[in-house]
Design a protein. Structure first.
Length: 127
């Protein structure tokens, strides 16, 4: 099985979302700086299921999330260490026990969000 490339897929999803929602035109009209655009996108996309899976339904069903996370467990633990997230705590246990792969998938996506927004915006400048 091929390891799921979170950055590649997230950058694609972010670019698609930006283009579909006319964000570049909005940023130009409102004269946003690059940093303002990035910050707005970060806040807007943080809980979008279609980007991070951090909303109500998750990015993908549990079985697909398992495929995504399977080759990326090291990345999940990197996030847990960097963000000081106990792997299992009272706060995350209900979601973790109900849909563990979706929980890990959303955690990874949120962790990579800022970096992927930067890449997406840079690529869109050159397209």
């Amino acid at each position: 099985m091929k390891t799921y490339d979170y950055k590649k897929e997230m950058v694609k999803d972010i670019k698609d979302w930006i283009l579909m929602n006319g964000i570049l035109q909005q940023a130009k009209q409102e004269e946003w700086s690059d940093e303002e655009c990035r910050d707005w996108l970060y806040d807007e996309l943080w809980d979008k299921d279609c980007i991070t899976g951090n909303g109500t339904y998750g990015y993908a069903p549990e079985d697909k999330s398992e495929e995504y996370v399977c080759g990326n467990l090291k990345l999940f633990f990197e996030v847990a260490i960097e963000w000081d997230i106990p792997v299992i705590s009272k706060e995350n246990a209900p979601r973790l026990f109900e849909k563990p792969a979706q929980y890990m998938d959303a955690t990874i996506r949120c962790y990579l969000l800022g970096e992927c927004i930067d890449i997406a915006l840079e690529e869109l400048k050159h397209e």
